[in-house]
Design a protein around this ligand. Structure first.
Ligand code: SIN
Length: 526
């Protein structure tokens, strides 16, 4: 029996844990908050995929849509592999107990931006929560999987310090309950920590999305890839002072339309369907249901031109009973703000949503170094990994699919070559370190970081703002290192250090790029 440590409790981490458990391995899952505080749990839309393995046409269309959305940057072999494995993995989810919506005996399928047809399975408007529920239940009933909540991975332990090619033998983590640093030895570590939406002031991500896994792997010698491609979701609700709430693209798939102030006035005065008045038509003939990069940019541009804080999503022309049945969570959230689905125009604006780039990994999820060699014993799965599936822009609802396929592939890879060589792991060096008494400078530096990324490394970029961000990040990095070298880790300190590193990779990748593709849009390159 080998021991595998998995960092993160979203779909990728939990699915891989179940696979490894079934093969008889010991699994320890560490997760920063409660298991359900993952981006998976917040995913609304669904999981794209063709269930019928004989439906070659359906798969070809899914592959083509993914490649087109990825704007020439996808790895076609990876896309093919993920689309072809979709049916088996979705059936695995069903057998674990995930309850996707049905229409009679068939699955009810929805459509989102960039999809040429309905191919997305869903559980009303809370698909991720349903997947998380089923996977967590299954993990809870396993004897070989121990799940440690409120445990923050801090750094990977290399077999030979300073030599990534010798591999990883464990992890140092912070018990957020006791404040103690612990070392866990492992035959392999699977990083499934999700993304880094907290880098921007407005994000649809949960408060755990601080790029921890990416940062710790990079410090252990891993390469990052395509970091400039960060996806902003076009429609996060702008109501109240709460955290932005996602309004799923599936609502536009059912006919919801984006309008600016002027379009809304014209629509109300006219007798035509709202799409006729949508500013999005100037960007694509697909209008409000164009791919996410195009729609988010169109919203951003409209808001900048008009000075408005939001655009409007209108749904009053749609069947209210259908809306009520398909989007109950969105409906009840809207009601909290005195808004009514199918009646009121909804104020929405783009928000940071998904890290399309990430750790460079191969087709089995093995983490790679800059020279293309693997780091033995280290895997990256889910949002943290850049597999080549999404190219320069992720097709909606392909992320849960990619996560489950790569979780399975990484687990299979380990199971076929189980390393069984637990080594002693050193304790965290704590001599001379003191407990951080004042967190105020960290709070201020985090605000500066998020402001910098929002203002200078957002949806539309230019070289001078990117260079300004780079200088600011260098300064923030010096400041956080000064504190890091003399303090015992705290959650705030670990996260800030990670966020600054990830922001640096995003900014530097954006500066290096000489052409606009997908989600990377630099005005100086037009
Ligand atoms: C959404 O429901 O709009 C988000 C789905 C996704 O990001 O794939």
């Amino acid at each position: 029996m080998s021991r595998v440590v998995i960092i993160g409790s979203g779909i990728a981490g939990l699915f891989a844990a179940l696979r490894l458990d079934k093969a008889g391995h010991e699994v320890i899952i560490i997760t920063k908050q409660r298991p359900e505080d993952s981006s998976t749990n917040w995913a609304q839309g669904g999981i794209a995929g063709i269930l019928d393995k004989t439906d070659g046409e359906g798969m070809a269309a899914h592959i083509n849509d993914t490649l087109a959305c990825g704007d020439g940057v996808c790895d076609e072999e990876v896309v093919r592999c993920v689309v072809e494995e979709a049916g088996d993995r979705i059936r695995d989810l069903l057998s674990i107990g995930v309850d996707f919506e049905k229409d009679g005996t068939e699955f009810h399928l929805v459509k989102e931006g960039g999809h040429s047809t309905r191919r997305i399975l869903h559980a009303k408007d809370a698909t991720g929560a349903e997947i998380e529920r089923a996977l967590t239940n299954a993990v809870d009933s396993s004897d070989n999987i121990s799940l440690r909540p409120h445990t923050l991975g801090v750094d990977l332990i290399q077999r030979t310090h300073g030599n990534p090619e010798d591999g990883i033998k464990g992890i140092w983590c912070l018990d957020l309950g006791t404040g103690n640093m612990n070392a866990i030895s492992a035959d392999a570590v699977l990083i499934a920590t999700g993304g880094c939406g907290l880098l921007w002031e407005r994000t649809t991500n949960p408060s755990v999305a601080s790029g921890d896994g990416l940062a710790m792997a990079v410090r252990a010698g891993a390469a990052s890839k395509d970091m400039a491609y960060f996806q902003f979701h076009p429609t996060a609700l702008m109501a109240g002072n709460d955290k932005p709430f996602l309004i799923t693209e599936a609502l536009r798939g059912e006919g919801g339309v984006l309008l600016d102030n002027e379009g809304l006035i014209k629509y109300r005065a006219g007798h035509e369907q709202p799409e006729k008045y949508s500013f999005t038509l100037k960007s694509s003939h697909h209008g409000s249901l164009a791919t996410r990069d195009v729609v988010a940019r169109a919203c951003d541009q409209r808001m900048k031109v008009t000075g408005a804080d939001n655009v409007w999503l209108v749904t009053d022309h749609l069947d209210k009973t259908k809306l009520h049945n398909h989007f109950p969570n969105i409906e009840s959230k809207l009601n909290e703000y005195g808004l009514s689905l199918g009646v009121d125009p909804l104020p929405v604006a783009p928000a940071a949503h998904y890290m399309v780039g990430g750790l460079s990994v191969d087709i089995d999820g093995k983490v790679l170094m800059e020279n293309g060699n693997e780091i033995p014993g280290l895997y990256g799965i889910g949002e943290v990994a850049c597999t080549g599936m999404h190219g320069a822009n992720r097709l909606a609802s392909n992320s849960l699919l990619e996560a489950v396929v790569f979780a399975n592939r990484a687990a299979d890879h380990f199971i076929a070559r189980p390393n069984n060589n637990l080594e002693d792991v050193p304790s965290w060096r704590a001599e001379g370190m003191t407990k951080l008494e004042e967190h105020a400078p960290l709070v201020r530096d985090l605000e500066t970081l998020r402001k910098t990324m929002t203002d200078d490394v957002g949806i539309v970029r230019n070289f001078s703002r990117l260079q300004r961000a780079k200088r600011m990040l260098e300064l923030l990095s010096i400041e956080v290192d000064l504190i890091w070298t003399k303090s015992l880790p705290s959650r705030e300190l670990v996260e800030l250090r990670n966020l600054i590193l990830v922001a640096t990779h995003i900014t530097e990748d954006a500066i290096r790029r000489t052409e606009n593709r997908g989600l990377h849009y630099n005005k100086d390159l037009i």
